[in-house]
Write a protein that binds this ligand. Structure first.
Ligand SMILES: *[C@@H]1O[C@H](CO)[C@@H](O)[C@H](O)[C@H]1NC(C)=O
Ligand SMILES: *[C@@H]1O[C@H](CO)[C@@H](O)[C@H](O)[C@H]1NC(C)=O
Ligand SMILES: *[C@@H]1O[C@H](CO)[C@@H](O)[C@H](O)[C@H]1NC(C)=O
Ligand SMILES: *[C@@H]1O[C@H](CO)[C@@H](O)[C@H](O)[C@H]1NC(C)=O
Ligand SMILES: *[C@@H]1O[C@H](CO)[C@@H](O)[C@H](O)[C@H]1NC(C)=O
Ligand SMILES: *[C@@H]1O[C@H](CO)[C@@H](O)[C@H](O)[C@H]1NC(C)=O
Length: 415
C-alpha cells in the first residue's frame, strides 16, 4: 500500500506565491469561505462540528468544499452531527493541493490522508482519499477503496494560500460508507466500544472490567467527561504494573484518566494548567497539568508526560482523546513505603472539582504500590523522582483484567 507516497511540489507553482500576498499569519477557513455564499452551509457545518478550529490549526492542507445543494443532499437523511463531522473530515486533505498540483500528480494518482484519518475516527485506511488525473484533464476524487470508479470531480479553486491552505470546490460529497455510517448522538454513544474500535481496546477492556470506575464514568457522563485513553501498545506494556495495583488503586488509576467536564481540542489548546480528574477526592489530588507545546497538547504529572495523539470523539458533553503513553498519577507511581491493603475511606466531596457529584465507594489510596517511575514502560519519564522500589510490590489478583468483557455489558449509555 502506498499510503505514504509524498507528492513533490511542482517547482513552477512557487511562482504562485508572488500572486498572493500573505495578509496575516494564520488562516481562518470561516473567513475564507465567507466570500463564497454558495458554500455557506458547508462553512456553517465546519463551525458546528469544530472542524474549523482543526483546519485553522494546521498548515499544508486542502479543504474540498461542496456547495449548498450537495450539502442539502448530505443533510437530507438527518445524520447526527457526529456523522456530518466524519463525512466532512474526509473532505480535508492533509496536503496542499492547489489547482496546478492537482493536474500534475506524479504518476497520475495519489492517496491523501485526511482529517478523518488523522483524528482517529477512521478505521483502517478508510480516511484516505484517492486523487487521480483522469482522461480529458479531469481530476477525480474518491475514497481509497473506490472499486475502480471515482465519482467526484475537482470543479475549481476557491482560495489558495500557498502552501498553507487550498480551498477547492468538488462536484459533490466524496462517497464513503464508513464516514457516513450512522453515529449515535454523543450521549448515547458507547465510549468503550468507540475506544476499542480506535486503537484503545486494551484500556476499554480494562475499564469495562472495573465496575466501580465504570460507574464513576457513567455518573459523570451527563455533566461532561473528557477521557484520555492510552493507545494499545503502551497500555499493554503497562498492564503488569496495573495488575500490581490494589483494587482501590486500579479504580483510582482508571478514574484518573478522565476529567469531569467536556474539553474540546481548542479548549485544551487554550487552557494550560492543573486539571482535576474523576479520581480527585479531597486530599487525594490525582490531578495533572495540561500544557501546550506548539500545536501539541501534553499532559503532565510529577511522574511522566504524555502527548495527545488523536481525537476519538469531540461532541459536547463527551470528548475522548488518545495518548501516546500511559499518564501515571504521582499518587500511585511515586515510590512510597507499601502500606496495608487500603481500607475504604469516608466520602469526601471533591470540593474543587467542577462536578463534585462523584459517587465513589472508596477513596483512592496513596500507598497502593511502590513503583519506581524509572521502570515505567515509558522510558522517557519526565523528572522522575527515582525513589526506588522500597518494597510493596505485590501481585494483584489479576482477575480484574479482562478480556472477559462479556458479562460486563456496561458501557456509558445514558438514560
Ligand atoms: C503560512 O503559515 C505560517 C505558519 O502559520 C505563517 O507563518 C505564514 O505567514 C503563512 N503564510 C501565508 C502566505 O499566510
Ligand atoms: C474567523 O473568522 C470568523 C468570521 O470572520 C470569526 O468570527 C472568527 O472569530 C475567526 N476565528 C478566528 C480563530 O480568528
Ligand atoms: C511512479 O511510478 C514509478 C514506476 O512505477 C515508481 O517507481 C515511483 O515510485 C512512482 N512515484 C510515486 C511518487 O509514486
Ligand atoms: C486510485 O483509484 C484508481 C481507480 O480505482 C486506481 O486505478 C488507482 O490505482 C488508485 N490510486 C492509488 C494511489 O491507490
Ligand atoms: C509486580 O509485583 C511483583 C511481585 O511483587 C513483582 O515481582 C513485579 O516485578 C511487579 N511488576 C511490575 C511490572 O511492577
Ligand atoms: C459498549 O461496548 C462494550 C464493548 O466494547 C460492551 O461490552 C458494552 O456492553 C457496551 N455497552 C452498551 C451499553 O451497549
Amino acid at each position: 500500500m502506498q499510503l505514504h507516497r509524498q507528492l513533490p511540489f511542482v517547482a513552477g507553482a512557487i511562482f504562485l506565491l508572488l500572486l498572493f500576498a500573505a495578509p496575516s499569519h494564520a488562516h481562518n477557513i470561516t473567513r475564507l469561505l465567507k466570500d463564497h455564499p454558495a458554500f455557506s452551509t458547508f462553512n456553517h457545518y465546519l463551525t458546528l462540528t469544530h472542524l474549523a478550529d482543526e483546519i485553522n490549526s494546521r498548515t499544508t492542507i486542502t479543504v474540498c468544499a461542496i456547495d449548498n445543494d450537495a450539502m442539502s443532499e448530505l443533510l437530507a437523511s438527518h445524520p447526527s452531527i457526529s456523522t456530518v463531522k466524519n463525512v466532512l473530515s474526509l473532505h480535508v486533505l492533509l496536503d496542499y493541493f492547489g489547482a496546478k498540483k492537482l493536474h500534475q500528480i506524479t504518476n497520475g494518482t495519489a492517496l491523501a490522508a485526511t482529517l478523518f484519518q488523522a483524528t482517529g475516527s477512521a478505521p483502517g485506511s478508510a480516511g484516505f482519499v484517492n486523487i487521480t488525473d483522469l482522461k480529458g484533464g479531469r481530476v477525480g476524487l474518491g475514497p481509497e477503496d473506490n472499486g475502480g470508479t471515482l465519482s467526484t470531480y475537482f470543479v475549481k479553486s476557491l482560495e489558495e494560500v500557498p502552501y498553507n491552505i487550498s480551498v477547492i470546490q468538488i462536484s459533490g460529497i466524496i462517497p464513503s460508507d464508513v464516514a457516513a455510517a450512522p453515529t449515535p448522538a454523543p450521549s448515547e454513544m458507547n465510549i468503550t466500544s468507540l475506544m476499542s474500535a480506535h486503537g484503545c481496546k486494551a484500556f476499554a477492556d480494562t475499564l469495562l472490567a472495573n465496575p466501580d470506575a465504570m460507574k464513576t464514568y457513567q455518573d459523570n457522563a451527563e455533566g461532561g467527561v473528557t477521557v484520555f485513553c492510552p493507545l494499545d501498545d503502551p497500555f499493554k506494556a503497562f498492564l503488569p504494573k496495573y495488575k500490581n495495583l490494589t483494587a482501590a488503586g486500579k479504580t483510582a488509576f482508571l478514574e484518573f484518566l478522565a476529567v469531569p467536564m467536556y474539553l474540546s481540542m481548542s479548549m485544551l489548546k487554550s487552557n494550560n494548567g492543573p486539571m482535576n480528574t474523576l479520581a480527585t477526592d479531597g486530599a487525594s489530588k490525582y490531578d495533572f497539568t495540561v500544557q501546550n507545546e506548539g500545536e501539541e497538547v501534553t499532559l503532565k504529572t510529577k511522574v511522566n508526560t504524555v502527548k495527545i495523539t488523536g481525537t476519538l470523539l469531540d461532541e459536547q458533553p463527551l470528548a475522548v482523546y488518545s495518548t501516546d503513553k500511559v499518564l501515571l498519577p504521582k499518587e500511585l507511581f511515586k515510590a512510597t513505603a507499601a502500606a496495608p491493603a487500603p481500607a475504604p475511606a469516608p466520602e469526601v466531596a471533591a470540593a474543587d472539582s467542577p462536578k463534585a457529584s462523584k459517587k465513589k465507594k472508596a477513596a483512592p489510596e496513596d500507598e497502593d504500590t511502590a513503583d519506581s517511575p524509572a521502570d515505567s514502560p515509558n522510558a522517557d519519564v519526565a523528572d522522575a523522582t527515582a525513589d526506588g522500589n522500597d518494597g510493596g510490590l505485590r501481585l494483584g489478583s489479576g482477575r480484574g483484567l479482562a478480556l472477559v468483557v462479556l458479562g460486563l455489558w456496561l458501557g456509558l449509555l445514558l438514560v
